[in-house]
Design a protein. Structure first.
Lengths: 483, 483
């Protein structure tokens, strides 16, 4: 697969918005700074605001400078702006402008449309693109959509339906920025380049897998969104489903989008239905203490109804009914206002079948655990047993440690990785329509099944009820300690 | 197995000698410093020299002080000396002295005889002990013998015959100080406490095992001994055979001497005969450079015959014909005046069966390698593959690292560990008579099979001919780099 960038126009819808200036333009800056990319990339901001090229260039330069970027690789002559006018579904002007730029710079008609706009206007924008004939071009055309991909199965299907009415799936790049993380990409390399681990990656050798996506932050000012969404929609259905399928999937035939996404879908297909009373714990944080500071409970947050039943914590036990994983529980937990901000996968291997040291004071050996950490520091740890030196005989757990930061310099931000992929046409790290739908279908019913919502103190590890799912998850349990 | 020290007399033959004062007494000091041990241990130096208790105490205190020990735990009232007189085979006086001390201090008759004397006088000393009735006592009696255990199979058998005429095998502690190393003990813990590794410890998952015992030193002033001995006798038959059997053995039923030694013997029994023309490379160092200094060749060393054919380097390929190891080569090399001082075992696992990244610029993945280092720093490393961040897609080898020194404080010296074991009666780390004999029987014939001796420059990694054994062993080959 070629990773060379072809000449193209990168169209950003929502060009005046916060995400564009905070994330997308800095990512583009880092990309066009690379050898040979700058001269091939033309950026066209688009929005209803009545800005000029100059105004957009000024604001863009400001945004980059604020990020500490020195602008040496920034070429204003490659940056343009097109107002969509008040009738946002009339894209004739946009089309004319794109074609004019392509003519002026002798471009082959390659286009990316990045939708950095509210999800509510995804459908109208996609239809407008299609109606204007912007779903096709003399070169390639790609459309980038940020999550959420719908609000439930019905809305996800409707969105996919609209998208597919105008674009083929090969043109669609659904961004889940968790998937841009180097560690997630590396997860696939780690799994499939290290025979030592992959040969043990199954029910014969693994006792359980734990996935923790914890934040110590609350909901910030996003009550309006969050109270309608909740943790299941906000984190489980998308990010965690992605992490989970990457950990559980079979080896793909090659490291290419279709091969990988097929394997991820197969994992979702093999999922055992969740028992809403046995396999799920919902929680909602109450007032507590985070990092030594008193913080309010969820129902006391601004704009949250005082009788809200929205879950800010989800604990789950999943089972994958296939040859590789039958009988191995996958434990998942995610929450707001937890003890720390930590995204970590713990692969817990079987213990030694017997301790030959049972008569030497070590009847119980700890299991080997592989920790894959995405946040706060990306890296890997491996727990193993050694003899501690001297007398008395004593087996102790030690930890191999690897952190990306310790070894490599600049680790690209998620957006940089993902936007570059949209330029070179690599869908590996993007979500397939079927994945999104299957995930909604699998997880969302829990919200209508009257799962009890347990309180937990802000700054804790969630409701103690979670221990009925996974006895190892208690305050500071072993897969948690940062060690 | 109790690790509690019972009251006893620790008799050191060769009490006026260098080893006693440089190694044995400092080790004893560290042991008697431990809680409760000092009051149970009575030290009785013995030698032909006409010393008094006072003289021995003075010299002992001097030796300990020179080692930087502060003597706070040293009790002169527990230290004695007995001259054996010129007739060293008359131990009646020794016996009387031991019994007198036991009476004086109300000791139950537990005795250790540590033979810190030249190997030539082992047989006469052991016979004298037996003839004096010192092979038995009201408590337990143990005899400690330093390597070498004979010079070849015949002499080893003769020595064992003499020993067994007076002592049972359970009373005999054959010290190979390599085996006192924490890492060697830990090797057993590492293998049998970590299911992650042990479940892969076989022909299905391991491609090869490499054992390197390299010294950058020459032979020092020991030409008289070394030229008659050579590397095979000096290192392979004893130290390396021990390391090798610990790595290759089946899981013992428990961590006890008999169980472990039985398994080690089974490995030796399963060894395929060595082809002296295919599986062996002998070498002898020529003048070269070590650490930036010019050093002479072996034949130029003082007292070495100018036509000596003694091997200062041995490279070997061994095969173990059992279910676990059939087809897995064990590569061994040891030498004087090599590029660095390094004792390391490299367990080289199979590669991933296919690279799913073959179309992403990574058609070849490196294999996972577990490095077990005994010298210069004891610890473990594990080589694994990760994606290096950013573009282009690139799989890179990284290394998990664990060093005892980084984690634990005082790591006891080999002698401390071993002498303590002789006090508590733990033969786990000592060599069984049958092991010693089998090892001589297996390796020694090579010396009479006209194996060519290749020159290698001092400061190199041995004769380049070694690459015909193991292609991975070239200058700075991968299992070597300290990383």
């Amino acid at each position: 697969m070629s990773r060379v960038v072809a000449p193209h126009i990168y169209v950003i819808f929502g060009a005046t918005g916060d995400l564009t200036h905070r994330k997308i333009l800095p990512a583009l800056y880092n990309i066009v700074s690379r050898n040979g990319v700058g001269e091939k990339c033309y950026i066209l901001g688009a929005s209803r605001s009545d800005w000029t090229d100059e105004k957009f260039r000024d604001v863009a330069r400001d945004s980059l400078t604020k990020k500490g970027l020195d602008l040496t690789s920034w070429n204003d002559n490659h940056v343009f702006y097109q107002s969509l006018g008040k009738k946002s579904d009339d894209f004739a002007g946009l089309k004319a402008r794109i074609e004019a730029l392509e003519a002026e710079f002798n471009l082959p008609g390659n286009r990316v449309f990045y939708l950095s706009i509210p999800p509510q206007v995804y459908p109208s924008t996609i239809e407008a693109l299609g109606n204007a004939g912007l779903n096709t071009s003399p070169g390639w055309t790609r459309v980038v959509i940020e999550k959420p991909f719908g609000h439930d199965l019905e809305s996800a299907k409707a969105l996919n339906h609209t998208v597919h009415a105008h674009f083929s799936e090969e043109q669609v790049y659904r961004i889940d920025h968790y998937l841009g993380k180097e560690t997630v990409q590396n997860l696939l390399v780690f799994r499939f380049a290290n025979a030592l681990f992959e040969s043990q990656w199954n029910r014969d050798r693994i006792e359980r897998v734990e996935i923790t996506v914890a934040e110590n932050l609350g909901i910030g000012g996003r009550a309006g969104y969050y109270d309608r969404s909740g943790a299941l929609r906000d984190m489980v259905q998308n990010h965690i489903a992605q992490l989970f399928t990457l950990i559980a999937m079979e080896p793909p035939t090659c490291f290419e989008a279709d091969a990988i996404r097929q394997e991820k879908i197969k994992v979702l297909q093999a999922l055992q239905p969740i028992d809403p009373f046995e396999d799920v714990v919902f929680g909602q944080y109450t007032a507590g203490e985070v990092d030594g500071e008193a913080v309010p409970g969820y129902r006391e947050e601004a704009d949250v109804p005082s009788d809200s039943r929205t879950e800010t914590y989800v604990g789950l036990r999943l089972h994958v009914n296939n040859w590789r994983w039958q009988g191995v529980p996958f434990y998942i937990r995610t929450g707001k206002r937890m003890a720390e901000t930590l995204t970590r996968i713990a692969v817990c291997f079987n213990r030694a079948p017997v301790s030959i040291f049972r008569n030497n004071g070590s009847p119980n050996l700890n299991r080997n655990i592989l920790l894959i950490t995405l946040k706060p520091e990306e890296g890997f740890d491996l727990r193993f047993e050694v003899k501690s030196p001297g007398e008395p005989f004593n087996v102790k757990t030690q930890q191999f440690r690897f952190r990306y930061d310790d070894v490599f310099g600049h680790v690209p931000e998620a957006y940089e990785t993902l936007i570059f992929d949209t330029m070179v046409g690599d869908q590996t790290l993007f979500v397939h329509a079927e994945e999104a739908e299957m995930s909604w279908k699998y997880f969302l019913p829990l919200l209508t099944q009257h799962v009890a919502v347990y309180p937990y103190a802000a700054g804790s590890w969630g409701p103690s009820k979670t221990q009925t799912l996974n006895e190892h998850w208690n305050a500071g349990g072993n897969a948690l300690s940062k060690g």
